[in-house]
Structures are given as C-alpha cells and as structure tokens.
Design a binder for this molecule. Structure first.
Ligand SMILES: N[C@@H](CCC(=O)N[C@@H](CS)C(=O)NCC(=O)O)C(=O)O
Length: 215
C-alpha cells in the first residue's frame, strides 16, 4: 500500500493515522506543482484529481479524499472513535466538519492572490470552528482518552493555524502539545520535514513496517 503525500499538507493526517494504527505502507512524496511523484510517476495517473492524499492498494485500486481515507484507516486499524449507535456516523460528521468547514477555510492563506480582508474573514471563521471543536474535546482527545483519525486531521489544521499566526483556543493548544509528543506523530513529522531540511532524496520514499503483528 502506498500513501501519496506532500510534506505538511492535509495528507499528514493519514500519514499520522497509518503510524498510529501500525499499518505497513510506503510513503511517496508528491510535487503538487509538477504533479510528479518521487517514485517517478505522473501523479495525475495515480489521482486524476491532482491533489493529496491518495492511498493506493496493492491491487492498484486508489482511494482519495481525506474523509474516505481516514475512515478506511480507522476501520482497518481499529482506532478509537465515538461511542454509541451512531458511532460511525458521528466520526464521519466530525471528519466532514473538519474537511469542509475548517480545512477549506484555510484557502486564502495558501492563495498568493488573496487579499488581507479575505484572510481576516477566513481567520474569524477558523477561530469559530476551532472554538467549537475545543468545546467538543472530551478528555485528552475528541472522543475520550484515545486518539481517533479526527484528532489526526485536527492536529494538521492546528499546524496550519500556527504557521499562519492564528489564535488557537487553550484546550487545543494543550491538545496540540499532547499530539506532538506521540511517537507516531513525531515519526510522521520527522519524515515529512527533516527530509527537506536534509535534502535527502533517499528519504523521500520510505517504507514503514508495522511495529507489531497487527492491531
Ligand atoms: N477534497 C480533498 C482536498 C484535498 C486537498 O485540499 N489537498 C491539497 C493539500 S492539503 C492539495 O493537494 N492541493 C493541491 C491541488 O489541489 O492541486 C480531500 O479532502 O482529500
């Protein structure tokens, strides 16, 4: 299985979740501008939508969209999540909220042609969404004492909020630090950021074996 990712992009959520779930995978870096992968493919041949993340299974089938990929990882690795009869749909509800109401609101910060007014408006909306999620925190993570794939996605949103100097509610600052201390998160961050710092072409395509025999 291959996870196509771009360092620091939303694909980091799936990268973290795969490590958290101890799932074996190859991480393949994508140059989003050139639409080329570091294992020498045209990225549009992998994902015609042209964006990351994409998860390619050994039989060649490709799954795209953060919500679908994270939900697959959650099932495959049996990661924590909401309880109750609506558990599965509650998780989808949160992933959809993060994807559509938070992730996409960062657009002006990644758009060099966006005006300051557009960024200010986006910052206000993002602030409201983050306060909503801060109020939803139930114990150390969104759904209790154990991490869910929604926490991995929220963590990536917080890395962006920090990068662009946005205000983060106190409970989410604490959550961020808790996440950053997790070995799986450190592993994903190290792989995505140190490879650029060291310009290590050899680290741009990495294979991860499970730490244990299944999960
Ligand atoms: N709807 C997609 C959006 C993914 C997305 O926005 N990916 C960004 C990185 S965070 C990207 O690859 N952008 C490059 C592009 O759209 O060309 C999903 O949720 O997976």
């Amino acid at each position: 299985m291959k996870l196509y990712l771009t360092p620091g992009a939303c694909s980091l959520a799936s990268h973290i979740a795969l490590h958290e779930g101890d799932v074996a995978f190859d991480a393949v870096k994508v140059d989003l501008k050139a639409k080329r992968t570091d294992d020498g493919r045209e990225y549009l041949d992998v994902n015609p939508k042209g964006y990351v993340p994409a998860l390619e299974f050994d039989d060649g089938e490709v799954l795209t969209e953060n919500i679908a990929i994270l939900s697959w990882i959650s099932d495959r690795a049996d990661l924590a999540g909401p309880a109750g009869e609506l558990a599965r749909h509650r998780l989808l509800e949160t992933l959809a909220f993060i994807s559509t109401e938070l992730h996409k609101k960062f657009a002006p910060f990644f758009d060099p042609s966006a005006t300051q007014m557009e960024k200010d408006r986006a910052a206000q909306v993002i602030g409201r969404r983050l306060r909503f999620l801060a109020a939803q925190m139930n114990d150390d993570y969104l759904y209790g004492p154990d991490l869910s794939v929604a926490d991995a996605y929220l963590f990536v949103m917080l890395t962006w909020a920090k990068k662009f100097g946005l205000t983060i509610p106190e409970p989410l600052e604490l959550f961020f630090n808790r996440m950053a201390d997790r070995p799986a998160v450190r592993m994903a961050l190290e792989h995505e950021w140190l490879e650029d710092e060291t310009a290590g072409a050899s680290r741009s395509h990495a294979t991860f074996e499970p730490r244990t025999n299944g999960h």
